[in-house]
Design a protein around this ligand. Structure first.
Ligand SMILES: Cc1ncc(COP(=O)(O)O)c(C=O)c1O
Length: 463
């Protein structure tokens, strides 16, 4: 297979997907032995629409944060048409899902020559860079194309972020000015970009970064067309309640005004942002199961090498909730996994399924004192950097996705304004959930989302 053919091959989107009205329903009906990724379309769509409505510029979704095809389709349905891709694989995924009408931007500052060449052939015109070497590679591999949008990644402080990203990429101010001058001669459009770190808790970090960008631009004495404020917008986790998105956007708009105004250093520059975490964190959780309890240690079926990297490596505490579907006998049951759980919450540490020492999530995670082997636990806020971090270490891996969309129950609810879920229903499956919409109502494909056989819509199993 030649490179172009390999490149055209759609990314693997081979996951099993199911539709449910609650996470408890997932546990009750599937009784899953392996972890299940639950996705919540409504928060994903709402957050995408909020970003588009509030941000005074272009909103690029950072695919790396959650490349799940379902997430991407819901974002598309909500109006997202621009994607920040970090690799050819992500570019293939986006192209496979949305063959037309979307724009991709290659925002990884260090790319292989092959990736640059193939990305350009594929139609990608935006590339970020933070060094003269990378600029040279981009020019050579695109044969000095005249239609490039080049974004110079500047180093900025990551102090206000829970996850500092300042150590790896970003040109220091004087190099950034030099790069701007050089790139101006060859770029059709020129911009600066930065990343203030993921889960940035302070809007002032964006103001400081934009002020630094303004200095760099002033020193370079060139016209700049784009100010890309990157990702970093925060989500709410236990012990981490950030200011509202509106506050971040107000800080960005105010500080960028001299750059975006029609008069000024670089008149009429466009604002871009590349949110990942804030867009999807609330849109997903993992349903995991307790394999063994040893005192306050819970051995669960997901971990640091699975969807819980941040909980293990960074000691992040995610919200947790015991999921114990009650038996028909309900309260009167005496079997441990069908009794009403205790009201008393006690702290636990989680241990993942692999044999590795690092596969431990310190927490503490507060759960009922009678949590048992066989109970399920919903670990929330894992739509961002959750399932996407999974490895297959020790043979543990899960690709089952449960779509939890109770909002679809409301028959009178208005249909989403843009598009609809690209969901294919097993038509002859017994519809045991009368509250869900009639299969026919959901069976129409969204043609723009499924133009080729490879990206066939996921099956909704209504069994
Ligand atoms: C270039 C780039 N843009 C955007 C993002 C998304 O960041 P976040 O998830 O913090 O919004 C990242 C994350 O690493 C990134 O590297």
């Amino acid at each position: 297979m030649d490179q172009q053919k390999a490149f055209d091959k759609p990314a693997n989107t081979d996951v099993q997907e199911h539709l449910f009205r609650s996470v408890d329903d997932v546990a009750k009906r599937l009784k899953p032995e392996a972890p299940i990724q639950c996705i919540f379309p409504q928060p994903v769509r709402d957050q995408a629409q909020k970003f588009i409505a509030l941000f005074p510029g272009r909103v690029l979704y950072a695919v790396k944060c959650n490349p799940g095809p379902e997430f991407l389709r819901h974002m598309y349905a909500a109006g997202i048409r621009e994607f920040d891709v970090a690799s050819l694989e992500e570019a293939r995924l986006i192209k496979g899902l949305f063959p037309k009408g979307v724009t991709m931007h290659f925002m990884h500052p260090v790319k292989s020559r092959e990736a640059i060449r193939l990305a350009y052939k594929m139609g990608i015109r935006t590339f970020s860079l933070d060094s003269a070497g990378e600029l040279m590679k981009i020019l050579e591999e695109t044969k000095s194309a005249q239609d490039l949008t080049l974004l110079i990644r500047m180093a900025v402080s990551g102090n206000a972020a829970a996850y500092d990203l300042s150590g790896k990429f970003g040109a220091a101010p004087s190099s950034a000015s030099d790069l701007l001058r050089h790139a101006r001669k060859v770029a059709h459009k020129l911009g600066v970009c930065f990343h203030v770190g993921s889960q940035c808790m302070d809007p002032a970090a964006y103001s400081a970064a934009i002020a630094r960008a303004a200095d760099v631009i002033a020193k370079a004495k060139v016209k700049v067309d784009i100010i890309d404020v990157g990702g970093g917008f925060p989500a709410t986790y236990p012990n981490m309640t950030p200011p509202a998105l509106e506050d971040f956007i107000a800080a960005i708009t105010d500080t960028a005004q001299p750059l975006t105004d029609s008069i000024g250093v670089t008149p009429g520059a466009e604002l871009w942002c590349e949110p990942g975490r804030a867009m999807v964190a609330a849109g997903g959780s993992m349903l995991v199961r307790v394999t063994l309890r040893k005192g306050r240690r819970l051995y669960i079926n997901d971990g640091t090498y699975g969807s819980l990297f941040d909980a293990g490596a960074l000691n992040w505490r995610f919200p947790v909730r015991l999921v114990r579907p009650l038996s028909k006998s309900g309260k009167n049951s005496t079997a441990p996994n069908t009794r009403v759980p205790s009201d008393k919450l006690v702290p636990y540490t989680f241990y993942g399924p692999t044999c590795d020492n690092l596969d431990k999530m310190k927490g503490p995670f507060m759960l009922p004192e009678d949590t048992q082997e066989g109970d399920w636990i919903e670990i929330g806020m894992l739509g961002a950097y959750g399932a996407t971090m999974q490895t297959r270490f020790n043979g543990f891996h899960s690709t089952v996705v449960a779509t939890v969309w109770p909002e679809l129950n409301a028959v009178s609810a208005p249909r989403p304004a843009v598009g609809r879920p690209n969901l294919r229903v097993v038509r002859n499956a017994p519809a045991v959930q009368p509250a869900l919409p009639a299969p026919q109502a959901m069976a129409e494909p969204a043609p723009e989302l499924s133009a080729d056989g490879h990206t066939a819509a996921p099956v909704i199993d209504l069994k």
